[in-house]
Design a protein. Structure first.
Length: 147
């Protein structure tokens, strides 16, 4: 990614990794690390897209240090990411004050993956429309009871 200077206060980071099928010149598969920043006004900006090795702690650490070097001097308020352990280990080393939250989409996918396939559509709809609320739990329980 180009050496773009980061301007303004980024208050939220959305982070993720994307597996590539084949590394450069036949090497091991790589992971693209992606960081999208958001301001307190909700404006979003693509901050980084880089190759990383298996979403490792070292890959994320290098990426976070690069963000800091490019102008992200204040720690973001919150970072949202999947369950990649490297991300969670590296974040506090560079942005110690940043709180983190597991991505709702990944949480939902992990829950649905453990359920019987015939319940997934109905329960997925409940989770998406009602979330982790009392009415969402009641919706899910009705689906499980009726099947």
């Amino acid at each position: 990614m180009a050496e773009t200077r980061i301007k303004g206060q980024t208050v939220r980071l959305h982070l993720g990794g994307r597996h590539t099928l084949r590394g450069a010149q036949g090497r091991q598969p790589m992971h693209m690390l992606v960081v999208i920043g958001a301001t307190n006004h909700g404006d979003k900006e693509l901050l980084a897209v880089v190759d990383g090795y298996h979403e490792s702690e070292q890959s994320w650490l290098e990426l976070f240090n690069d963000l800091k070097r490019r102008g992200m001097t204040n720690a973001p308020k919150i970072a949202v990411g999947d369950g990649a352990l490297g991300f969670w280990k590296a974040l506090p080393q560079v942005f110690g004050e940043t709180r983190f939250q597991r991505c709702w989409m990944h949480k939902t996918g992990n829950v649905l993956d453990k359920l019987p396939k015939f319940t997934v559509v109905g329960i997925g709809a409940c989770l998406c429309s009602k979330g982790a609320t009392w009415s969402g739990l009641m919706c899910i329980s009705q689906i499980l009871i009726s099947r």
